[in-house]
Design a protein around this ligand. Sequence first.
Ligand code: ADP
Length: 252
Amino acid sequence: FKKLELKTQSKDELYKLGSTFNKMMDILAKNFEKQQQFVSDASHELKTPLTVIESNASMLKRWGMKDQALLEESVEAIYSEAVRMHEMTKQMLMLANHDAEWNLDIKKVDFVSLSKETSKLMKNAYGQHISVHTLYDRVIANADKQKMKQLLFILLDNALKYSMSPIELYVGYEKDHVFFTVKDHGIGIPKEDIAHIFDRFYRVDKARNRETGGIGLGLSIAKQIVDSHGGNINVVSKEGEGTSFTVTLPNN
Ligand code: ADP
């Protein structure tokens, strides 16, 4: 990514053209760097489950036929790492597709019924009750319903993973925006980590998250969904007290 050397500070057309070119080069270089970082992070993340699969398969080959306990243990380890890799590649593909281009199917979405639907789904899947709070019968914004469902699911799934406490979902209007907030009373996020949680592959506590199966891509996907709708996502969190994520979307 070679930039032009612009010697004069003149305002002539050639100088303007040159500095525009340099600005574009900066953007290209930054994007390229981001892509390289993603490939390197992704390879690194995939290496861990692959190593577990490889070493267990090798043990099976050597002793698996004679040792029933080892056979069961290794098959279980291979299976759970394969499931993890599957989930990881699915999420990576989603991000890669978005980097290329996302075709949003924008229609009027009612966030009250969407919230109730999603909370029922979570209740059936995890048995955890999520209370929906709103002052309105309907809260409407233009959005891609499937993407909004996915966004809600990521935030609620995190709230469930990182707290076993009641989870609240608030939906409403604020000025010219539609908002929804997912609030939990769980472990919270340390202050120094808050700035990074939307980064790809970022996890506050890697050891803890291996147990909960986190990959560190959920919130970066959530942010991409929100950005693609011209909205905002904010987090307020206190360690030991809980976390709330608020999404605002233009109400037009
Ligand atoms: P993961 O797959 O690890 O959950 P995310 O991108 O969804 O990845 O979240 C990034 C990190 O932010 C998580 O690993 C976790 O440490 C932290 N985090 C996200 N949501 C919450 C929450 N509701 N409470 C506490 N920590 C959270």
